[in-house]
Design a protein around this ligand. Structure first.
Ligand code: NAP
Length: 264
């Protein structure tokens, strides 16, 4: 089978996660681009691979845009003429709609919203695409090797971004507040962090069941017990409203970014 050329543009957090997740996939040829000199040098040294500063021309394969939304306009203005229409464009860029990419290029486009677990081939990758079938077998050969893929309609992408893309931050913040509570109640910070990190490590084994989250909560609490006392306090302090507001604000910000990118 002919190998697929995968071009990763931008080697920040997500571009590096793509590289780490795909580097041992024998069906792919990886090509890397990063305009920041220091990152390029450090990356080449760490991974022993060549990294170019920019794209000269692309004739076949896939281009994965791992750059910030604010870099998109400049990139397409400078480089769209160097990208053949046969190239599949894969965009994880938050807020960037397929329609907006189409203003710059005619290509087939797949929009995705992965999380950083793709680094360990254990990510979740929501996607939407503007073409039929599995062009270049990208879904089957590349994306599926990075984790679980699932198609969503594009109108849900702002919500998918808020829940899944930003999702790790919600859990990190909750963990930070659990740690803070333990230290405020007298525990040493190192011990508190260890307690919370060990808890997080245990969770995947505990949620790997058919139970809903409500049922899982019920399994931890017992009538008039310690968990119920804490849950009642969360309820009294409107935990549901706090979370709903955060997800709504994050979703709205995603919609705002889409509008800004569309009007650039
Ligand atoms: N991080 C996540 O968990 C995550 C999850 C889902 C989606 N995303 C999306 O993925 C994209 C990348 O996020 P990130 O966190 O990886 O950002 P990041 O850490 O800032 O990485 C972007 C890198 O791309 C470089 N770059 C910018 N324009 C370039 C160009 N034309 N050619 C080559 N390199 C270029 C940047 O260099 P300079 O700094 O010099 O500009 C930077 O090193 C964003 O659009 C974000 O919405 C991220």
């Amino acid at each position: 089978m002919k190998k697929i050329d995968i071009n990763i543009l931008g080697l920040g957090n997500l571009g590096t996660a793509f590289f780490e997740g795909l580097q041992s996939n024998n069906n792919l040829n990886l090509h890397l681009y990063e305009e920041n000199d220091q990152i390029r040098t450090d990356f080449s040294k760490s991974y022993g691979v060549e990294v170019a500063s920019h794209i000269d021309s692309l004739d076949s394969g896939v281009l994965i845009l791992c750059i910030k939304p604010q870099s998109i306009n400049t990139f397409f203005d400078s480089f769209s003429k160097n990208i053949s229409t046969d190239i599949l464009i894969c965009s994880p860029v938050a807020g960037l709609e397929i329609e907006t990419i189409h203003k710059y290029v005619e290509n087939r486009i797949i929009r995705i919203m992965p999380n950083l677990l793709i680094r360990k081939n254990n990510g979740f990758i929501p996607y939407v695409k503007n073409y039929d079938g599995d062009y270049l077998s990208f879904l089957e050969i590349a994306l599926s090797s990075l984790g679980t893929t699932k198609e969503f309609v594009e109108k849900f992408f702002p919500l998918v971004t808020a829940i899944s893309g930003s999702g790790p931050a919600w859990y990190y913040e909750l963990s930070r507040q659990l740690t803070n509570s333990a230290t405020q109640l007298g525990m040493d910070e190192v011990d508190a962090e260890e307690l919370v990190k060990e808890l997080i490590k245990a969770l995947p084994n505990l949620i790997n069941t058919e139970d809903s989250f409500g049922e899982l909560v019920n399994k931890v609490k017992s009538p008039k017990g310690t968990t119920e006392a804490g849950l009642d306090s969360l309820n009294d302090d409107s935990f549901d409203t706090i979370i709903f507001n955060a997800i709504q604000k994050s979703t709205n910000r995603s919609i705002e970014i889409s509008a800004e990118l569309k009007n650039e």
